[in-house]
Write a protein that binds this ligand. Structure first.
Ligand code: NAG
Ligand code: NAG
Length: 469
């Protein structure tokens, strides 16, 4: 009240001044310009004052929750320590040795982050390769069996060497082979692979760019440069206890953020405004790399959004698909829900219940040793009982970890086998264009007993009903 009264009074005063100035002689013109400036200031600050005013009333309103509880939820979860990075390097070196491979090479990105803490944001890709190389070295102590140790190298453009050495690579020792601008970087890389036998194998990460594979192959014509096989991919796919602790918290706090946003929504709100709330809640939760998709009613029939900015009606589902990263591990949660005083017809409610049943049945089906495609089919079987399976247009789920979507996938046609430590999204959906869209998504992991457990279990797991997401 206070603020709007002041700004109104100011405005009145300025307007009166203006009227007066219209009739006064020209020698008082400076005053006229001064009042114009005042008017401009009032107009400029009025929205800010209004926002401040809103904020104050919102705070005094007990029914509107703040996001402060989200900030503390993951405060005690720590990032991956150096010792775990070194364990990963050791395991990789032993696997390379067992597979008779001479090296593993990755560009900055999820795999280089996993083994060497070099993310794609810590070092942006350019035409100049910077590569993480892990080679197995055989140490032969005077007595006892031969021992495999990882040798970590970071191939760096020579003029960027100082910056490359600042990358926090957690290893006992790191070497930095440099390539000057006029030297072939791949020859420098190949000469850094001390264990390379003429017809050896060099494994590369699946996300490496083709010109780098090409360059390596030309620099080592007798060696074979190959995509890293499943034995190596599995090392990153299967999560450790520490990784799971981070992922549980990231997914839990994402659910809490959706629930906190739901409490603030109202009939008539726009999708864009609700998206803003979602951004604020995820940011308050301390997550990074945020994404949030908010769709109302029939807009939710397009799984990745519609481009309109719809208003929420009394008989609309709200679909929110969102997440972010905690210590580089991604979360991904979708809820389709109703506000406390809204409802949908029986047909739409039946769709919601079918999706809930499909999600639950998929989780029951998933366990260590089962083919990933069997779990996808389980969800499809439940949906086809309601004869709606043609509207379930995408795969059931994706692996998740340092990447939002990573291998393996819960998808028809896949021969991948579910293993202990695997993490997947379980996200059946139904999309009837122009009408309705429902998707429910919780990620789960396979525990040491081989059973599937939701990463969101700590905050109650999946949605119970449309009013209790
Ligand atoms: C990994 O890198 C991040 C910055 O990108 C740094 O904050 C963190 O301390 C590093 N971790 C280790 C174990 O060195
Ligand atoms: C590795 O090489 C050894 C002998 O050189 C061979 O006995 C073994 O089968 C090879 N292992 C693989 C996985 O290729």
């Amino acid at each position: 009240m206070k603020y709007s009264a002041v700004s109104q009074a100011d405005q009145d005063r300025v307007e009166e001044e203006e009227r007066r100035l219209q009739w006064i002689p020209s020698f008082r013109k400076p005053l006229f310009y001064l009042s114009l400036v005042c008017l401009w200031i009032v107009v400029f600050f009025a929205p800010l004052l209004a926002e401040h005013y809103d904020f104050i009333t919102a705070k005094s309103h007990a029914s509107i929750p703040s996001y402060s509880h989200l900030a503390t939820h993951c405060a005690s979860v720590s990032s991956i320590p150096a010792s775990e990075f070194q364990q990963r390097q050791q395991t990789l070196a032993e696997m390379l040795h067992a597979l008779n491979a001479s090296a593993y090479i990755a560009e900055p990105g999820a795999s280089a982050l996993y083994y060497g803490n070099i993310s794609g944001s810590a070092w942006h890709l350019s035409e100049r390769p910077l590569l993480l190389l892990v080679t197995p070295e055989i140490a032969r102590p005077s007595e006892g069996a031969a021992e495999v140790r990882p040798k970590i190298s970071v191939l760096t453009p020579a003029f960027e060497a100082t910056r490359a050495k600042l990358l926090p690579v957690p290893a006992e020792q790191v070497s930095y082979p440099e390539w000057p601008e006029d030297v072939n970087p791949y020859e420098v890389a190949v000469s850094a692979i001390s264990s390379l036998v003429p017809e050896g194998k060099i494994y590369v990460d699946g996300a490496i760019r083709h010109f780098i594979v090409d360059g390596l192959q030309k620099a080592a014509p007798k060696a074979r440069v190959l995509n890293a096989p499943v034995e190596i991919r599995e090392l990153r796919e299967r999560k450790s206890q520490r990784e799971l602790e981070i992922m549980k918290c990231a997914n839990e706090v994402t659910v809490l953020a959706i629930r906190a946003v739901r409490a603030r929504l109202f009939e008539g709100i726009r999708e864009s405004e609700a998206s803003g709330y979602m951004h604020d809640a995820l940011a308050a939760a301390g997550l990074q790399d945020l994404f949030y998709l908010v769709l109302f009613g029939e807009n939710a029939a397009l799984p990745h959004g519609s481009g309109t900015d719809r208003i929420l009606g009394k008989h609309d589902f709200v679909l929110i698909d969102c997440g972010g990263s905690l210590h580089s591990y991604q979360s991904d949660v979708t809820r389709t829900f109703l506000l406390d005083d809204s409802s949908v017809n029986d047909e739409k409610m039946a769709l919601w219940n079918t999706i809930k049943a499909a999600q639950a049945y998929a989780l029951q089906t998933a366990r260590a040793g089962v083919l990933t495609r069997v779990v996808d089919q389980a969800a499809r079987d439940v949906i086809s009982e309601g004869a709606n399976v043609q509207y379930f247009t995408h795969r059931l789920g994706h692996g998740i970890g340092l990447e939002g979507h990573e291998s393996p996938y819960l998808v028809g046609g896949s021969n991948d086998i579910i293993q202990i430590g695997h993490t997947f999204s379980d996200e059946p959906g139904i999309y009837i264009e122009g009408k309705v869209g429902v998707r429910l998504e919780d990620c789960f992991y396979i525990n040491n007993d081989g059973e599937a457990v939701y990463l969101t279990q700590g905050v109650g797991g999946p949605a119970r009903n449309p009013w209790s997401p």
